[in-house]
Design a protein around this ligand. Sequence first.
Ligand code: DMJ
Length: 573
Amino acid sequence: MSCPLHPKLLFLCLLISLAFFIDPSSQHLEVKKKLMREKVRQMFYHAYDNYMTYAFPHDELKPLTKSFTDSLSELGNLKLEHLPTDYNGSAVTLVESLSSLAILGNSTEFEKGILWLSENLTFDIDARVNLFECNIRVLGGLISAHLLAIDPSNRLIQGSYNNQLLRLAEDLGKRFLPAFETPKGLPYAWINLKNGVMENETTETSTSGCGSLILEMGALSRLTGDPRFESAALRALRQLWRMRSSLDLLGTTLDVVTGEWLEYSSSIGAGVDSFYEYLLKAYILFGKEDYWLMFRSAYLASQKYFRHGHWYHEANMWSGKPTYWQLTSLQAFWPGLQVLAGDVAAANLSHREFFHVWEKFGVLPERYLLDHQIIHPTMKYYPLRPELAESTFYLYQATKDPWYLDVGETIVKSLNMYTKVPGGFASVRDVTTMQLEDHQHSFFLAETCKYLYLLFDDSFVAKKNYIFTTEGHPIQVMSSWHEKLPESYFSGNWTFSKSGAWESQASALSLQVCPSIAPNSRRPEQQRESACHVPDKQIDHRCWSNKECGVDATTCRQRSCSGVGFCGLWNPL
Ligand code: DMJ
């Protein structure tokens, strides 16, 4: 292109020429990401401002009637009249919003929130709360916000910060401890914050309730120097793991006093989900090999007994036989976890199945019956859950495939179209009619909006290595908390690493957790790790017995030794 000599025209011409050198598709992508970030930012503030106006300091917003609910106590099935008359809630949504406010860079609101909480929040209340929910929402929210506040690079605090959030977290953690006083250290599901475990308290709890406390309680111990929190959570986790079946499966519910399983059906969904998540994330955060070994066995078993194509059904923990053929909305976190484990190809395939159901109904129904291809008749709701957005975020970060941005855009559109009301965002009672329910769960601010924002914004995760708790609260991965610093450790969350001519693309973790590689047939120049891949003993796949054969990377099935001495997938499914 030749440019005229007139200065104005010359300038214009140079600009046009420059545009030719800038890749128009990447430019388009950046524009789209910026636009979407703004949309999600507006969604967050619509939810947050309405909460602050109509519900704060109570726990959650009722967006249709512009009123409030004290969910922290209602989680214990207590009616409000059973609570102290001066009880005004524990501002759960504010606690849950702090880390999102930090990511959005709203230092004013972040600091204001901390100030209010440090002057007003008390846990000395006669309220029965669910240990798991209170841990992931309140303890996790406080710890994450504390860590973000003390990180000077965030520039979130203008005045002085005197660890007020950490002190609140420590007080809450101490109130959790009586729940663990059972014969085997398995915690009660419910605890009265003032009086400890109540008389005649139910002894029934879930696997996730017992086995997903280690991130928050472990972090609390590291920050306070008081080892009791981490050891209580770890003891419970180890005991749970000891109770696994010979197939490495765990049931869904158990008795904390007798230590017996109550529900034998096992899954990656409700009641178990975050147990898997915390094994892998605890390994990332604390670098203890034990967590990885437990995760690896549990993950292998899940692939072997639950996976059917790209779906996951439930199975009996003792026999491994399928029990319920259902897809649940909570399972949609699984592809995100698979990305963290380096199993990106499998994550992509299962994510597509969930998104297909989202597209079919506009949102994800709580339960979808796979064998009949219909929604469960009494579980038609969608309470603004974050799991699909969460997995979409992980997959985009790992692959940078713009298709995931389109998925995010669809999710944002659906949420605005079906659930946005003048008073906030309302849950869907029935996805077949899109009839709404008067509840805006705090996880909509802690997770749904956060993951959608992070999908379109790379800056937060590019800065540091974070793990996100099951409630979406970031905790920085620090070498000082690591038992053993992994050999290949990266400062960013995601990385491309080169070995010779091969490029491997995966999570920062995958190079240490999945040293084995599986070829990617679609893009042979790229290799991807698989968390379940165990290579055959001999490089030429020759064998004398089954013991010398590994686990197939794509199907996660055990390979066996053929009559003529070669490892392969010889056994029929
Ligand atoms: C959240 O509270 C957490 O993610 C939890 O682990 C299960 N799912 C809900 C939101 O769906």
